[in-house]
Design a protein around this ligand. Structure first.
Ligand SMILES: Cc1cc2nc3c(=O)[nH]c(=O)nc-3n(C[C@H](O)[C@H](O)[C@H](O)COP(=O)(O)OP(=O)(O)OC[C@H]3O[C@@H](n4cnc5c(N)ncnc54)[C@H](O)[C@@H]3O)c2cc1C
Length: 561
């Protein structure tokens, strides 16, 4: 318990009268922290803390990396900014050594402050001081996050586009230099590698690699690529919303958990410019922010996340999971959260110009690259609408090519309404793209009006294709039942297809192989929404627990090898 003497040793409380000391001591929680443990995470609800023993570091997450931005010693307080502003913690507070702190809940603080105006004034003064100046929160906000890497590459080089997309999706801040960048050598900080070696990546304070493979980039940047253990309670295939939700629940409930993601965490949602309908984000949230928060949460709770690794084979009998490159991990249960992949358009010129102005989907970071250009979008779903809005803040014009006679058939009303307010977005109805032209990069497209059958050539600085997606499940073992389009059958759908052999009923998200579950977009009958994927990912873990409790499974602590 915190004593009144200890309360009096905290600077801002020192001059309060003994009754106030007693009130604070009466409500303060006495918390001991091991080194590395957090008193409050960035984004946590407000509370006021006093440091009694040890040392605490404020930590700001920049680019997914924790940066220490100050220090608190015994007698200091922290949490005054969120308490005064009524916000969440703008930075986290972590014990740099074994520490003891007192925590006062916001309502207790306000109750004491109401009767002690001097206290409220002192805390207010301290909060102002912490926010102002170059070393305060204002300085932190003004300082751009330093790039973690510099990329040198041509705008229309497909491997450079792939590299930039990968860095974007892994939330790595980087500086991109092209031959057009002024003072290129100075910016690169050394002699330029020959053009035949581009793209080149230079990791700040690290190595430079020419024409890098994404796996190598992940290794250089310290993104996980190798499994630490040989076996896991659950192996999650895919790091989209469903996989990350499953990881959060599984890891927090004590299961040894690994997520294997072939590209970057976030899945399709990570490419969405703004998700407007996810509960709890009244002004919408960008897909990459949602993905990055989920990733931090899953990691903090103990899930291992591998990127740039794909699962190419599962042995249904032994539960061995084969990663690309030949590594094998063993799983007591498996959660398939591998979503869907963009459908490709088979049109003249498309394959040759893919990555050179033609893109399937678009990451949020893509919008600035359309600056001043006339860009075109194929597709009329919500993802196409969101991207049109995002591009319209940079591009000179955005044209949506719609095969049908109205957008309403496939796009939500709120997006259509927002599009109507942007003068630089237009929609061509009953129009199909017929060909793409360009030598080094996309220069123009041919579009055909299906009413008149007339073809027109339009100059184009970028063509983005959003025409739906397919399940890519051909690699799954034959024991896992699929529908004719490759979606995974689960629960009653699978039972109805006569694919179940056990006496007990299958769990709702269980596939035809007991102990292997499917959730999110890859599952037949799923809603194809972020919230649905998150819900299913979380539910899958409840079924994993039930499965692991079955007597014959519980008797086998690890998968057979
Ligand atoms: C541009 C865009 C905008 C959208 N906007 C919205 C919106 O506003 N609101 C909404 O509710 N929904 C939206 N959606 C839909 C939503 O994003 C999806 O429903 C959701 O992402 C599905 O989540 P998931 O985890 O099931 O699959 P995915 O998000 O597809 O994730 C699957 C992951 O698995 C990985 N993977 C696949 N196979 C393997 C393998 N063999 N090994 C390892 N990894 C593998 C993939 O790389 C991928 O990262 C949008 C989708 C897009 C594309």
């Amino acid at each position: 318990m915190v004593t009144t003497e200890e309360v009096g040793r905290v600077g801002v409380f020192a001059d309060l009268d003994p009754a106030a000391h007693e009130r604070l001591a009466g409500v303060a929680a006495d918390i001991s922290l091991a080194p590395g443990e957090y008193a409050a995470h960035q984004g946590d609800d407000r509370a006021l803390f006093g440091l009694l023993e040890g040392r605490i570091e404020p930590v700001k997450l920049v680019d997914g990396i924790e940066r220490v931005v100050g220090e608190r010693v015994p007698g200091d307080i922290f949490g005054e900014v969120p308490i005064v502003l009524g916000t969440v913690f703008p930075v986290g507070f972590r014990a740099a050594e074994a520490s003891r702190i007192m925590r006062i809940e916001a309502h207790d603080y306000h109750a004491v402050a109401a009767g002690t105006p001097d206290l409220a004034e002192e805390i207010g003064k301290l909060a102002r001081h912490r926010m102002g100046g170059s070393r305060g929160l204002q300085g932190l906000a003004a300082e751009p996050p330093p790039p973690r890497a510099v990329v040198l590459g041509h705008r229309w080089d497909a491997s450079c586009t792939e590299l930039r997309r990968f860095l974007d999706r892994n939330q790595v801040t980087f500086k991109w230099l092209t031959p057009e960048t002024p003072n290129l050598e100075e910016e690169w900080n050394g002699p330029l590698p020959g053009g035949q070696d581009w793209p080149v990546i230079k990791v700040v304070d690290g190595k430079t690699v020419i024409r890098p493979h994404l796996r190598r980039v992940a290794e250089l940047l310290g993104l996980g690529t190798e499994a630490i253990a040989a076996e896991y309670d659950t192996v999650i295939v895919g790091g989209g919303p469903a996989g990350l939700a499953a990881a959060v629940y599984a890891a927090s409930e004590g299961l040894r958990t690994i997520v294997v993601e072939r590209e970057a965490p976030g899945g399709q949602a990570g490419t969405s410019a703004r998700i407007e309908n996810y509960l709890g984000f009244p002004s919408g949230v960008s897909g990459d922010e949602l993905g990055s928060r989920a990733l931090q949460q899953a990691r903090r709770l103990g899930a291992e996340i591998l990127v740039t690794r794909s699962i190419g084979r599962i042995d249904a009998a032994t539960r061995q999971v084969h990663l690309d490159g030949g590594d094998v991990i063993r799983a007591r249960t498996i959660i398939l959260a591998c979503g869907v992949a963009w459908r490709r358009l088979s049109v003249e010129g498309f394959d040759r110009l893919a990555g050179k102005g033609i893109s399937y989907g678009a990451s949020r970071g893509e919008a600035p690259n359309t600056h001043g250009l006339d860009v075109h979008i194929v597709g009329t779903g919500n993802s196409a609408g969101q991207s049109a809005l995002s591009f319209s803040t940079h591009a000179r014009s955005v044209t949506i090519l719609c095969r049908g006679d109205r957008l309403e058939k496939s796009m939500s009303r709120y997006l259509i309404d927002q599009i109507a307010t942007r003068p630089n977005i237009r929609t061509l109805l009953r129009t199909e793209v017929a060909a793409a032209h360009g030598d080094l990069s996309l220069e123009a497209i041919d579009v055909r009006d299906s009413t008149t059958d007339e073809t027109t050539r339009l100059e184009s600085g970028g063509l983005f294709i959003f025409i739906g997606a397919d399940a890519e499940t051909e690699w799954l073992p034959p024991e896992i039942a699929l529908d004719h389009k490759g979606f995974v059958l689960t629960g009653s759908d699978m039972r109805a297809a006569d694919q179940w052999t056990l006496d007990r009923d299958p769990y709702l998200l269980e596939t035809s192989v007991p102990g292997i579950f499917a959730c999110g977009d890859v599952r037949l009958g799923s809603m194809k929404r972020v919230a649905a994927a998150v819900g299913e990912g979380s539910m899958a873990v409840a079924f994993v627990h039930q499965y692991l409790k079955e007597p014959e499974v519980a008797a086998t602590p690890a998968a057979a090898g």
